[in-house]
Design a protein around this ligand. Sequence first.
Ligand code: ATP
Ligand code: MG
Length: 251
Amino acid sequence: LEIKNYLLVAGKGGIGKTTLSLLLALRWLEKGKRVGILDANLSSPDIPLYLGIPPLGVETLKEDIEPLEVQGLKVLSLGLFLERRWTPVSWRGPIRHRVLQHFVNKVQWGDLDLLLIDMPPGIGEEHLTLGELLKGKAQVLFVSDSSRGAVFEVKRLNAFFRQFGIKPIGVVLNKESWHRPRGLKLKLLGAIPFEPELLLASKEEGGLLYFEGGKTFRTSLKRLANRCFRMLNRESGYPLTLKARILLKGG
Ligand SMILES: Nc1ncnc2c1ncn2[C@@H]1O[C@H](COP(=O)(O)OP(=O)(O)OP(=O)(O)O)[C@@H](O)[C@H]1O
Ligand SMILES: [Mg+2]
């Protein structure tokens, strides 16, 4: 059993991390990739809501958890195990740490080309835990817009993840057209326009599964999905050192 790539999706609160994670995941599934998504947002674990999966209750939370499968997408979220959509979760750091550790290491994800990890906003216990757990083997996609606050949040997160050897594959601008925000030096992978249909879809549980979007939106999403996948596999999570490369070549 193997997970080939881990991709964190991070950025400022409300910028579109969950929406883009899910739309990218669905796009990659369409192209025949084996994809899983882990909802690392333990305070507002809304992925089940976006996918229309009802909360199943705490009794379903066992030692050996298997991710749920929705249209071929493997999904795991704390939201699956709550009594209600609005059950409040206000755990302290150590519990968040243990739950995420379990979700990453003890869950039967199976063989995956990619495990997407939808991060909560800010830099908290979830970031520390995943940084440590996936040290040197995950990469990160940042979601931003050109507001100064969103750009600084990306810079902050990038500096943070670098400490764990988690490298950026680049930035996607959400709800914007393609241009480089001031002071953002990371690679731009795409610009996803504002899509009014997406707001309509978000009014229904599971609305995202049936959402198509206009032509410009679909084209930009496809391009983004392709670019991300290329970047992921170009920058391998375990880069060979120069020494190892020379040894392999027999030099
Ligand atoms: N390109 C877009 N066009 C229109 N609406 C969008 C777009 N992207 C996201 N949204 C809407 O913005 C809202 C916030 O999106 P989302 O929940 O994905 O953000 P988030 O970054 O995951 O938030 P949080 O930090 O709380 O986890 C949702 O209602 C979503 O439908
Ligand atoms: Mg979110």
